[in-house]
Ligand binder design. Sequence first.
Ligand code: CA
Length: 247
Amino acid sequence: MRHEPRVLVVEDEPAIAELLAINLRHNGFRVTWAMDSEAAQRELDAVLPEVILLDWMLPGESGLMLAKRWRAQARTKAIPIIMLTARGDEVDRVAGLDAGADDYISKPFSVKEMLARVRAVLRRRTPEQAEGSITIGALLLDAATYRVSYNEQMLKLGPTEFKLLHYLMTHAERVHTRSKLLDRVWGDHVFIEERTVDVHVKRLRESLGPQAGLMIETVRGAGYRLTAQVDLRSAASGTALAELDES
Ligand code: CA
């Protein structure tokens, strides 16, 4: 039987909860709905979900407080949390991420984007993808054999481009600053300028070709991101996640 990841939706507005639940179920997720913090805690005590969609504004305890509490508890701290915020307020986003949320969805949201973000946090938390082969969209990287292909066409990458792509694919759907990429991909090379990253990203895009190259996004003023959602690249909520990834 196919594995259906469990999603806990914590949302006090029935219309939004229903929109989330219907679309998640339609896409192979098992959904439980909690209307407030107490119900959410009861659900968590009973069974652990694989992802939590958590509304910020709840009656009683806020989503922010819940995120903080769940992050602090051993039993729940590894569950990805995606916060739902009414407005794309940057201060809110930072506060939410500081509280331990993994990602954000701003209301009103597109269903497609919501599903993409849920899948992205699930991918990130799947440990076996750190080694072996990783597939994102039509792009496949096999770390064991050093092979990269797109739509089953083999691609040629230099060693630095390979390492860069490997890092981006294992940490997809989030934004990485140039200094972070230098640190994670190049290691402790203090003499390398941040511009070096741009040079290698350019080469990587060229090696990937016109289609797969689009998966490497430049996020203005922030850095780079690899995304499967090429058609969402201009979505307003995307760029706002820029400086937030310091995990
Ligand atoms: Ca609400």
